[in-house]
Design a binder for this molecule. Sequence first.
Ligand code: MG
Length: 384
Amino acid sequence: MKKLVLLGASGSIGLQTIDVVLQHPSDFVITGIGVGRNIPVLKDILSKIEVKYVSVQEEEAAAELKKEFPHISFFHGDEGLIEVLKQADYDVLVNALVGFTGFLPTLYAIEHGKDVALANKETLVVGGELIKKALKKHGRSLYPIDSEHSAIFQCLQGNRRSDLKKLIITASGGSFRKLSREQLKDVTVEQALAHPNWSMGAKITIDSADMMNKGFEVIEAHWLFDVDYDDIEVIMHDESVIHSMVEFRDRSVIAQMGTPDMRLPIQYALTWPDRLELNEEELDLSAIGTLHFRKPDLERFPLLRLAYECGKKGGNLNAVMNAANEEANLAFRQGKIPFLMIEEIVSEAVRSVEFREIRTTEDLLEANNWGREFALEKIRKVNE
Ligand code: MG
């Protein structure tokens, strides 16, 4: 029986993790969860699973919930997430938080001898170096939940790392893949949120539309698999059937395929090296018929190129890029800036910041704050 703490429980990955757990009640139990402000979904979760420790964003909500669920300990705020990790008895942290908020809980779990199943890619984008150091020092493992990285992880099984030539990450291109840059000027939030293949949370769906998400995944792959940026290729693949591939030195390419359903990567991150039954749709290749591939257009998707640049240079650039993107992404969703201004703000933040190495968590927090302030200032000016 594997004991889990699930942070980000009310989001898309969180709910699918609960579904996986409920499909295998003798294999997994969730002992603590963290959610944000979605109290109705939290109550629904608490009607399905029994947990002892819960963290929510707001202090008031925590106090209210305490009255209704007196047998559960409630915490709140970002510190509440850490408090759940302190109190709960668990083997693996499933980190399904969105954004920079996910970094400290990942680090805390590793430093306290736990493995992490990671859906929060921002953890590795902003602080890959610090996380790698901590993993080495504490002898712990990170298991990828991101579908592309789970695919790569699966393709690497039974092969020697020394034979690996490159990683090939597939990209659907998001909701605007058929639009020109000219057409991107006036796109709406509703259009951006309609992803052609995957059903995901709002932030990542926007990150997919401008391919910031794919850029983050390149950086994530670099840290997860210790592969140089020059050996990580992104290829456009419309159908999202191949979740990613690896090429070995004999030119053999191994791909992992499946329906676009996150429950498989979630489950594999928790069961590796074993596989369990999963109640999900069969992949019907004859119904799909044709798979398409093409090179990504880096003029069309400048944030993908920017992520390669920041990844290669390292230092504080990745944290600044991420922070500016979080604010710009949110501002677009709130109708404060047009779609193309996301990339403008993110690129400008990276160009404007003074390069610094990231040696400590404090360095990272500083870079994160700098990127946020820079972006917020730009957003304020637009709305004056
Ligand atoms: Mg992904």
